[in-house]
Design a protein around this ligand. Structure first.
Ligand code: SAH
Length: 221
């Protein structure tokens, strides 16, 4: 990958990215650390070349296997909510997908553990992160509805596919004061924030309506 690929030209240039950041501000994203990381992260590299020119539009786009790269607004919003109480050490991401959200998280927290159920997507994401010299991400091919018990507890958990209900396993793997950001629901989905106040005390806040691919069980090789 050349420097030009990384910086982007034309529809992937710095100016195009700056326009995306301006839109995110208008949409209410306030955390400067998050905006800075979104400006610096080359979203076009996480897409097929044929779609790269649309990378800085505020839309979800296909990444194969019936999955999508999350829309920049939702990546920014979920990251902002996750980080709102201060810096985090260890974060679990469920649904690596393209690896874009993973790259954003990796720039803002100490260690990211990311699980994906579709092997080829995970392989592609791993290559992208290596090329960007992001080394603080561990990946596992598994059903992330189970979390990653061997690596827990986590200060933060971010889920990028929607289950019908919040999985118990994820709650169990949250550290005290840990924060879980997760879309929940079938036809109508809502973004929820769950904070573990004490060992058995969880506070849930409903944030906004969202639209994610479903969290599915099992794995694909
Ligand atoms: N943050 C990703 C979003 C990808 S879409 C991005 O911006 O690219 C959601 C991803 O969750 C898909 O890759 C899908 O395969 C994955 N997924 C769905 N159910 C899962 C599960 N139970 N465990 C792990 N990954 C899952």
């Amino acid at each position: 990958m050349t420097d030009l690929d990384l910086q982007g030209i034309g529809m992937t240039s710095r100016r195009t990215r700056e326009r995306m950041i301006a839109r995110l501000r208008e949409q209410g994203i306030k955390d400067e650390r998050v905006l800075e990381v979104l400006l610096a992260t080359p979203r076009h590299l996480f897409l097929d070349e044929a779609l790269a020119h649309r990378a800085y539009e505020d839309t979800a786009l296909p990444i194969g296997f019936n999955q999508t790269i999350s829309q920049p607004y939702i990546v920014a919003r979920m990251t902002e909510i996750l980080l709102a109480a201060g810096p985090l050490k260890k974060v679990l991401e469920v649904g690596t997908g393209s690896g874009y959200q993973t790259a954003v998280l990796a720039s803002l927290v100490h260690q990211v553990c990311s699980v994906e159920r579709i092997r080829p997507l995970q392989d592609r994401a791993r290559q992208k992160l290596q090329r960007l010299k992001i080394f603080n991400v561990m990946m596992r091919h598994s059903d992330g509805g189970m979390g990653w018990p061997e690596q827990g507890p986590f200060d933060g958990i971010l889920v990028t596919a929607a289950p019908e209900e919040v999985p118990e396993e994820l709650l169990e793997q949250l550290a005290i004061d840990g924060r879980l950001v997760i879309p929940v629901g079938g036809n109508r989905q809502q973004l929820k924030l769950v904070i573990r106040k004490e060992a058995r005390v969880f506070e849930t806040r409903v944030l906004e309506d969202v639209n994610f691919v479903p969290l599915l069980s099992g794995t694909i090789r």
